[in-house]
Unconditional design. Structure first.
Length: 100
């Protein structure tokens, strides 16, 4: 199991959550044209100095079990294969096999 990818994803999510409020404040200052240009540019520089992991764009949905980055269901944070295995074992609440 690729633990490195899962750990990297978890660290990025923690870093983003920690810096989210201050990033939003800087972004508000940058977009608000009632502030002087100098203040807006200083806010832009401060925003650029944040770590790259603090950006929400760098968060990728990964499977918690396998670390796979494709075919991940957001609600369960599982890839399609792990979702199927756990659903068939009855480990996912509210998920039943469909019959028609």
């Amino acid at each position: 199991m690729p633990q490195g990818r899962i750990l990297r994803d978890m660290q990025a999510r923690v870093c983003m959550a920690k810096n989210e409020l201050s990033r939003q404040a800087y972004r508000y200052i940058i977009r608000n044209e009632s502030y002087p240009t100098r203040v807006r540019m200083q806010a832009q520089l401060a925003l650029n100095n944040f770590p790259r992991a603090a950006r929400s764009v760098n968060i990728k949905n990964r499977c918690l079990e396998t670390g796979r980055g494709r075919g991940v269901f957001r609600d369960f944070r599982l890839c399609r294969f792990e979702f199927r295995l756990q659903a068939l074992r009855g480990q996912l609440p509210g998920v039943i096999k469909s019959t028609w």
